[in-house]
Design a binder for this molecule. Structure first.
Ligand SMILES: CC(C)(COP(=O)(O)OP(=O)(O)OC[C@H]1O[C@@H](n2cnc3c(N)ncnc32)[C@H](O)[C@@H]1OP(=O)(O)O)[C@@H](O)C(=O)NCCC(=O)NCCS
Length: 160
């Protein structure tokens, strides 16, 4: 199976990152359009945002790159301080992970998340926390495989 390299994202990856991030937004929005927002020109805006995080010392933007140079997945994570509202000490937060549907189930998601966790640990994060949509059982299976335990359930009610 062709190998994929996970490396820090470059500014030249921004278009590809935006396309992938747009899929992440669309996936969540279709799950529950009231809870998960979307926005116009989401790919361009998200790509620009991820590009702006490349040099942020409290953020990680990683790209999974195929042998032909195509960016086939990405992950975005942040270093967070103590959060009294969430009863969370300083920690790493995995914000995004997505793999191109054409190359899923080849271990790339696992590779991305493991690399995020290794890098967050090297930056001093004692643990990594993430949120995942209730219905996203495939992602949950991957996170469980990688040692994540279930710790919170988010609930939403409309005010109407
Ligand atoms: C979740 C996601 C990143 C997984 O990427 P991937 O490269 O396909 O994942 P991997 O090949 O590393 O799979 C890791 C494990 O996840 C589970 N898994 C992933 N996709 C699965 C599927 N379609 N059906 C069943 N289990 C699945 C399996 O346990 C798998 O291990 P196995 O192949 O040894 O059985 C990918 O499906 C994706 O991009 N989904 C849309 C975005 C998303 O949900 N992101 C997470 C938001 S919290």
């Amino acid at each position: 199976m062709p190998s994929v390299v996970v490396r820090p994202a470059l500014l030249t990856d921004v278009l590809a990152l935006g396309r992938l991030a747009g899929q992440l937004v669309a996936y969540h929005h279709q799950l529950d359009p009231l809870r998960f927002m979307t926005m116009p020109n989401v790919e361009e805006g998200y790509g620009r945002f991820l590009g702006s995080q490349i040099d942020n010392p409290k953020a990680l933007v990683l790209a999974a790159v195929a042998e032909d140079g195509a960016v086939v997945g990405y992950a975005y994570a942040t270093l967070e301080g103590r959060d009294f509202n969430a009863l969370l000490e300083a920690h790493g937060a995995l914000q995004d992970v997505l793999v191109d549907p054409a190359v899923r189930r080849r271990g790339i998601g696992r590779q991305l998340v493991q690399e995020v966790c290794d890098r967050l640990r090297a930056l001093g994060a004692p643990r990594v926390v993430l949120s995942t949509a209730t219905e996203n059982v495939h992602a949950q299976a991957m996170f469980s495989q990688l040692g994540f335990r279930k710790t919170m359930i988010e609930m939403t009610r409309e005010s109407t």
